[in-house]
Design a protein around this ligand. Structure first.
Ligand code: TZP
Ligand code: MG
Length: 215
């Protein structure tokens, strides 16, 4: 087996609360139909059993779409689900430990909040960084200090691995995020809980595609 290829263009981070209307699986299904390229299962309060149940349903829903399924924090759940990868933050286990547990064939993402942390991302272990937060956001109340697009660019310039930008990003911010060096945008509330998650994802994807064509 080989590590799956992935495209950070439109990276949906699921939130159980914001997805309450139609649920996380249906939100992901519609977002991917609209052009989301990655889906992260992030369920801070769900516990491993609920992660596994939702993750299996997500895996079925995304099968054959080309979108990658990433699990936040919970390596045991990621392995059980057969997810494409895992995403960890600075407060979670070290990248060496995460890589050891998930093996060589899974994608490993790492959140960074400073250029120093970005520079420390080891390309032998880490496949991409989540860089930011660009803006303050009510979606994650304990987020670190927002860095804006200049701070984002500094983080990404320091990183030896590709980056996706996160934190309060909506379609009008895509161009600035990509100009700062991000390969795409990671979003929660720009898709989760939107009246039409498919269309919301489509607009984000069109923005990313348009910016990539111009660069
Ligand atoms: N990490 C940094 S900000 C954030 C996460 C998970 C939440 C982003 O949510 P939104 O709704 O896209 O601002
Ligand atoms: Mg984490």
């Amino acid at each position: 087996m080989m590590r799956p290829t992935f495209d950070l263009a439109v990276y949906l981070v699921l939130d159980p609360g914001l997805c309450a209307g139609i649920g996380m699986v249906e939100t992901a299904r519609r977002a991917v139909a609209g052009g989301a390229t990655m889906v992260q299962l992030r369920d801070k309060d769900g516990g491993t059993a609920r992660m596994i149940e939702t993750g299996r349903a997500l895996k079925t829903a995304l099968a054959g779409t080309g979108a990658r399924l990433i699990v936040n924090d919970d390596v045991a759940a990621a392995v059980e689900i057969g997810a494409d990868g895992i995403h960890i933050g600075q407060g979670d286990m070290k990248a060496t430990e995460a890589r050891r547990l998930i093996g060589p064939d899974a994608i490993l993402g790492l959140t960074v909040e400073t250029p120093e942390l970005a520079a420390q991302a080891d390309p032998m272990l880490v496949d991409y960084i989540g860089a930011g937060p660009v803006f303050a956001t009510p979606t994650k109340l304990d987020h670190k200090t927002p860095v804006g697009f200049d701070g984002l660019a500094t983080q990404i310039a320091a990183s030896p691995v590709p980056a996706v930008a996160i934190g309060g990003l909506k379609a009008p911010h895509v161009a600035a995020a990509l100009a700062a060096g991000a390969l795409g945008v990671a979003v929660v509330s720009a898709i989760c809980g939107q009246p039409d998650p498919e269309q919301a994802a489509r607009i984000l994807r069109q923005e990313v595609n348009a910016c990539r064509r111009m660069s």
